[in-house]
Design a protein around this ligand. Structure first.
Ligand SMILES: Nc1ncnc2c1ncn2[C@@H]1O[C@H](COP(=O)(O)OP(=O)(O)OP(=O)(O)O)[C@@H](O)[C@H]1O
Ligand SMILES: [Mg+2]
Length: 249
């Protein structure tokens, strides 16, 4: 059988990654006759290099939105475009590769591998990119040192506190220098000092990797105030969209 060429969109290091979400709807089917509309027409454009907070009450659809942008779930109607490519046009295989090469996802519930050490968890995205294991481990050590876990390399997640696990999850998301970071309450388990350290780490990464966009779901006004922009969602719709310190101001 003739082998089909699979084109994968990878955002190159110098390329700007604009994310365009248009009239996005998402419904979940709960049983045969019960459809729950969670997103009801979300429109937003996020330019390369922006750090954006997404706020809103529990259950308003923030995690759902991040999951759709990260290609972890399929939207019902509407569009998500990244650099002009429609996410909905990708095959499952293409989405997996796209995510591996372009997205750093910090999950609300961390999603660490319980049988792998902190170091192994953090190095995994580089191993998936077929980076040489010794290089991957060295880079993972540097990332863990950056977040203050230089002495916890060999601990399994079960031996770490919630905040420490969150730092491992953050390190794992940042290790590939992704173009888009999707962070679902990344400081939810951290004290104020650690939260501010993580925000500074995000800023540093952004300065080192021009064009990196960071989308942070948060319930903390303090964290949101450190972003360039705050998008407020309520009941599946954008309530308001506020810019700070950018040319759009
Ligand atoms: N897989 C699913 N099947 C059915 N309903 C779902 C599913 N995932 C989420 N929902 C529903 O969608 C709504 C939005 O959930 P979502 O997790 O996006 O909220 P959220 O804004 O992230 O809330 P929180 O701040 O508590 O994390 C909720 O009412 C939830 O019950
Ligand atoms: Mg959530």
């Amino acid at each position: 059988m003739e082998k089909q060429e699979v084109k994968i969109m990878t955002i190159s290091k110098n390329e700007e990654s604009t994310l365009q979400v248009s009239n996005l709807h998402m419904k979940y089917n709960e049983g045969k006759h019960n459809e729950v509309y969670v997103l009801k027409g979300i429109d937003m454009e996020i330019k390369a290099g922006q750090m954006v907070a997404i706020m809103g009450p529990s259950g308003c659809g923030k995690t759902t939105l991040l999951n759709l942008i990260g290609g972890l779930d399929k939207y019902t109607t509407g569009n998500i475009q990244i650099n002009g490519s429609l996410l909905g046009d990708f095959s499952d295989n293409e989405i997996t590769k796209f995510r591996r090469d372009n997205i750093g996802y910090i999950f609300q519930l961390f999603n660490l591998f319980e049988d792998q050490t902190a170091l192994e968890n953090v190095s995994l995205p580089l191993i998936m990119q077929r980076i040489e294991p010794s290089l991957a481990l060295n880079r993972a050590k540097m990332m863990l040192q950056e977040v203050g876990l230089g002495d916890r390399f060999n601990d399994l997640p079960g031996k770490l506190s919630g905040g420490e696990q969150q730092k491992v999850a953050i390190s794992r998301a940042l290790i590939t220098d992704p173009k888009i970071i999707l962070a679902d309450e990344p400081t939810g388990d951290l004290d104020t000092a650690s939260s501010n350290d993580i925000m500074q780490l995000f800023r540093r990464m952004q300065q080192e990797n021009q064009g990196m966009s960071i989308i942070i779901v948060t319930h903390s006004q303090d964290i949101a105030n450190q972003c360039d922009r705050i998008i407020r969602i309520d009941d599946g719709k954008i309530l308001n969209d506020q810019y700070f310190n950018t040319e759009e101001n």
